[in-house]
Ligand binder design. Structure first.
Ligand code: ATP
Length: 522
């Protein structure tokens, strides 16, 4: 390990100059700058036209992007924000919704960081459609890097005279969110789309980014949150981020449950660790609250900012299952299990549990904090509802990494004590085989049983137990937003866009405009 990064021995011997975390950051930046000098081109690798678009009528355009980041920097949200800024300059288009930051299956091993893709949804007119696509492609190509095997960017345009998202694109989103899907499989769904035009642009027809770009194009959120992302000046990329801690504490206190995962004790959670261009991200349920928070924060100069609507913090990746046997590798499942054994292995706690037919090994690692502490106190016979990522199989066991836990039923903790002496009240001594005697008064008795004392387990049933915010995954739904989730899922939360939702400077709250979203997007 060098800093937060895992570097293989082969690379370490190839680049002996990397000794410290700062060396690594300088090295990453150099690689990125070299790669960014090269010109990159995407080509149209797949097109299907299922509709004769009528240019004189409104055209609804969805743009999906993925896999534009490298291990040395950049990130797909950076490009999404640049496109949002570019589109904001065009008077004749209308945003159907905020830009979407679409998190996909967090367990797939080939993600760079948080498996994020991005989409934008606009209403436009036929006469500017071609020019629009060209402008978007230009922004993408100017900010792409090639030459990294892991980076396989793609951009998808889906347009139609109808507002509806085809069900096939929605299916790709749902599969990519919770399962694993191949490019070929995704394209099979695309071929079944019956209206609109779909264009896929990539460097190669097999580019993996096609999956995420299609999924982002089909993304729809029942529950959602927002993230206001602020991007750094290019000259600062790779250097230490400056965000004033005190201002984050003030923002956190002032905004309460309107935002989440800002700070833990003295550790800032709004700033990422890696070499990406993000300075900070404020997450929360109400877009105006994020803008207020942004105005409170003190930090280094920034380049631009953008508010994304997102499935982060919604547990959207979780698949509830009744039986363990249906679980597949890389799924995140939620299942009721009965505890069979609790073991400690180094820094982790392992709970073996069963649904009556199949068995699971559940890992609770040290960073999961309270989750691990509670797991250690579980007893054989307890029923738990566990949310965990399926990471493999070990003999007859499915192996899960725990993400959250709710205790459904606790068995009583029984301790056995000797009875009291009926003559003097002293606790009796055992002579074995049910015989007891009193050392104070000499009383003796045969065939007597020990007393069972039911202990207080000091654990709560039906309470969601989560890791501390610093160990939250992007999808983890904090307890503080459960009531927001209910309102949003039922469509009871006001649906509007706050303008501006992206820009180069901070905006006073008095200058914000709220516009209701008149469309039913889902
Ligand atoms: P960043 O967060 O900085 O955007 P990342 O973690 O999103 O980085 P990517 O570089 O986008 O990582 O890599 C993820 C790749 O995996 C993409 O090519 C995406 O198309 C693909 N992918 C995403 N979800 C799935 C899935 N469920 N099945 C198969 N491939 C997937």
């Amino acid at each position: 390990m060098i800093g937060y990064a895992r570097v293989c021995n082969q690379c370490l011997s190839k680049y002996p100059e990397i000794r410290t975390y700062d060396d690594l950051k300088r090295f990453q930046l150099k690689k990125l700058q070299q790669a960014m000098k090269e010109k990159n081109h995407l080509k149209e690798v797949f097109t299907i036209q299922r509709e004769n678009i009528r240019p004189e009528r409104d055209i609804f355009l969805r743009i999906g992007i993925d896999d534009t980041d490298t291990p040395y920097g950049l990130c797909t949200t950076y490009l999404g924000a640049l496109i949002a800024l570019e589109l904001s300059k065009i008077k004749s288009i209308e945003f159907i919704d905020y830009p979407y930051l679409v998190r996909l299956n967090p367990n797939i091993p080939w993600k760079t960081r948080g498996n994020a893709s991005v989409s934008l949804y606009i209403k436009t007119r036929g006469e500017i459609l071609e020019e629009l696509k060209e402008r978007i492609l230009k922004v993408v190509e100017e900010n792409l890097v090639s030459g990294f095997k892991k980076t396989q960017p793609a951009i998808v345009f889906y347009y139609s005279n109808s507002l509806k998202i085809p069900k096939e694109l929605k299916t790709i989103y749902q599969k990519a969110l919770r399962d694993v899907i191949t490019v070929e499989e995704a394209l099979e769904y695309v071929k079944k789309i019956s209206n609109g035009v779909i264009e896929i642009w990539a460097e190669e027809h097999w580019a993996r980014g096609i999956i995420g770009a299609l999924a982002a194009t089909g993304a729809f959120f029942n529950d959602y949150t927002f993230e206001l992302l602020v991007y750094r000046k290019r000259k600062r990329w790779g250097s230490k981020r400056f965000v004033e801690k005190n201002s984050v504490e003030i923002m956190d206190r002032l905004l309460g449950c309107l935002t989440f995962d800002n700070i833990e004790k003295k550790r800032l959670l709004i700033t990422p660790m890696g070499p990406d261009p993000v300075l900070l991200g404020i997450r929360g349920d109400v877009a105006e609250a994020l803008l207020l928070g942004f105005n409170i924060l003190e930090h280094e100069d920034f380049d631009f900012w953008c508010i994304y609507k997102t499935n982060q913090g919604t547990n959207a990746h979780v698949i509830p299952v009744d039986e363990l046997c249906v679980a597949r590798l890389y799924w995140t499942i939620k299942v009721s299990l009965q505890v069979e054994e609790v073991l400690k292995e180094g820094n982790k706690v392992i709970v073996k549990a069963s649904d009556g037919i199949s068995k699971a090994i559940i890992n609770f690692y040290a960073p999961t904090g309270m989750l691990k502490v509670v797991a250690e106190k579980l007893l054989k016979g307890d029923w738990i509802k566990i949310t965990g990522a399926v990471i493999g199989r070990e003999k007859d066991y499915i192996v899960l990494n725990a993400e959250e836990l709710t205790i459904e039923r606790l068995v009583p903790e029984e301790t056995y004590k000797n009875p009291f002496c009926p003559k003097c009240g002293n606790r009796l001594k055992s002579k074995g085989k049910g015989a007891f005697y009193c050392i104070k008064c000499g009383f003796r008795v045969d065939n007597k049983r020990k007393i069972i004392i039911l202990g207080d387990r000091k654990l709560d049933e039906n309470k969601r137990i989560l890791p501390p915010p610093s160990a939250h995954r992007h999808f983890t739904m904090p307890n503080t937003r459960q009531h927001f989730a209910i309102f949003k899922e039922r469509g009871l939360f006001p649906n509007y866009i706050v303008y501006p939702f992206c820009g180069y400077q901070k905006v006073p709250l008095s200058q914000l405009k709220k516009i209701r979203i008149p469309w039913d997007i889902t």
